[in-house]
Design a protein around this ligand. Structure first.
Ligand SMILES: NC(=O)c1ccc[n+]([C@@H]2O[C@H](COP(=O)([O-])OP(=O)(O)OC[C@H]3O[C@@H](n4cnc5c(N)ncnc54)[C@H](O)[C@@H]3O)[C@@H](O)[C@H]2O)c1
Length: 431
């Protein structure tokens, strides 16, 4: 079209500048030129279309190749799955129990930190274990070594909804346990500890199962007496940021004894103090995980407050022994399960620094956390007297195992793991 316009314009121009007799000559001349150029133009158009066709063909070929590769990958995945299924999975060794001694045991929150260690213990003892978990803070990875075992079952279920199942014993552990987790959705935390506990107590009543409730040292709040014995009623702020958990657990205890009195349910109540060990959350925001993470990544160790506040830490295998001893006992009043050896937070930071070799982490002090208890140490005379239980694992041994676990987890992660911040005095972002 461009070349035709050119000839027309050229003809008009020539008609203005030449005699009329030349117009015809000009026009004929231009027409001849146009016809001469026509094949050239056609060639240009044809080659353009050919190139486009070639490109489209190439694209089609690449797409076909991608599709056939995708099909091959799918086929490979299916045959891999089938092969895995054929190779028998090896499980940790378990004891054999005959049908009279073997119990069906439900562990709510069994995919969490403490729950998964308890599951290991019960499975190895030869019992049938059913884990119920909504995976809010728990992970399938914590119990994957049992998946497929004939004595093990994993149920994805939220205990706020009723559950019907036949069991002999219930370890009721389902509840977020660390402040950043339970403060994330305070209403859900209360529901889990109240409605969820009612559901589990109701189940225990229906099937006549013994039930152990995982309570907490948080029921003592910021204690005015030291160490804390089970007869102390506590000092809890009912409307503070921790109340959803502290008061939730206090109601769970109240419910347990109401069901025991009114419905004759056999209840056991464990008041658990700070526990640590492998499989604990990398980011649970508490002292142990924060300090280890910071030290392993050579970052400043952050202490909230002056560092003179105390904590006592128990290793997870000690807690599991205590929970099982309590369940098997005939003692129905609340029992503290914790390690009575007390350390202040400053000392603890130094211990972690000495275990994580070669770190150069400095210590950074931040404003105190709201409602953070100043002193925490269990009086475990009851556990000693009625369960013949006391912690065995030293802080040094336990911490070395925890540090190894954290080291491996950091290696698995492609990016640095930043410890959770805690709610400091004056923070309003969670309310
Ligand atoms: N770890 C400690 O230091 C400590 C201290 C005191 C008390 N406790 C108590 O021990 C129990 C276990 O604590 P943990 O440290 O293993 O915590 P965790 O967060 O690792 O485990 C809790 C488990 O409960 C599950 N869960 C939460 N809400 C649920 C719901 N509505 N339905 C079903 N599953 C649900 C989570 O997914 C998780 O697997 C908790 O009840 C906690 O309050 C723990």
């Amino acid at each position: 079209m461009g070349i035709e316009c050119f000839f027309i314009i050229f003809t008009i121009w020539s008609s203005r500048h030449q005699l009329l007799s030349g117009i015809f000559l000009n026009f004929a001349f231009c027409l001849a030129g146009y016809h001469l150029l026509q094949p050239l133009l056609n060639y240009e158009l044809i080659s353009k279309t050919k190139n486009e066709e070639k490109l489209l063909k190439n694209q089609r070929e690449v797409l076909n190749e991608i599709n056939s590769l995708k099909n091959k990958i799918n086929e490979l995945e299916i045959s891999l799955e089938q092969a895995e299924f054929r190779v028998p999975k090896t499980f940790p060794n378990i004891k054999f129990l005959n049908y009279k001694d073997r119990k069906r045991i439900l562990v709510t929150g069994g995919a969490g930190f403490v729950g998964s260690h308890l599951v290991d213990y019960l499975m190895k003892e030869g019992h049938e274990v059913i884990v119920v978990d909504n995976f809010f803070t728990g992970r399938k990875r914590n119990v994957e070594h049992w998946i497929g075992h004939g004595n093990f079952e994993l149920i994805h279920h939220d205990i706020v909804n009723p559950l019907t199942i036949e069991v002999d014993e219930i370890y009721h552990l389902a509840s977020p346990a660390s402040p950043p987790h339970y403060m994330l959705n305070p209403v859900k935390t209360i529901k889990t500890n109240t409605v969820g506990t009612i559901n589990m107590l109701g189940l225990a009543r229906r099937v006549n199962a013994k039930i152990l409730i995982a309570s907490t040292s948080e029921v003592y709040g910021d204690p005015e007496i030291h160490p804390q014995s089970e007869t102390y009623w506590g000092h809890v702020n009912p409307i503070g940021p921790r109340a959803c958990y502290d008061e939730g657990k206090r109601v769970a205890e109240t419910l347990s004894y109401a069901y025991a009195k009114q419905e004759k349910v056999q209840v056991r109540v464990a008041r658990i103090f700070n526990t640590y060990g492998p499989r604990m959350h990398m980011n649970d925001g508490r002292v142990v995980s924060n300090f280890i993470l910071q030290a392993l990544q050579n970052e400043s160790i952050t202490i909230y407050g002056h560092g003179k506040q105390t904590r006592s830490f128990q290793y997870v295998s000690d807690l599991v022994d205590g929970l099982v001893a309590l369940m098997n006992s005939s003692y129905s009043q609340p029992v503290n399960l914790g390690n009575p050896i007390e350390h202040n937070i400053d000392e603890f930071a130094q211990i972690i620094k000495s275990i994580v070799n070669g770190v150069d982490s400095s210590i950074k002090y931040l404003p105190a956390v709201e409602d953070d208890p100043q002193r925490r140490r269990p009086d475990i005379s009851r556990a000693k007297k009625y369960l013949n239980w006391e912690p065995k694992v030293s802080l040094d041994t336990g911490l070395r195992k925890a540090v190894e676990y954290f080291r491996r987890e950091i290696l698995r992660s492609s990016m640095p793991i930043i410890p959770q911040k805690l709610l400091k005095r004056g923070d309003k972002d969670l309310w």
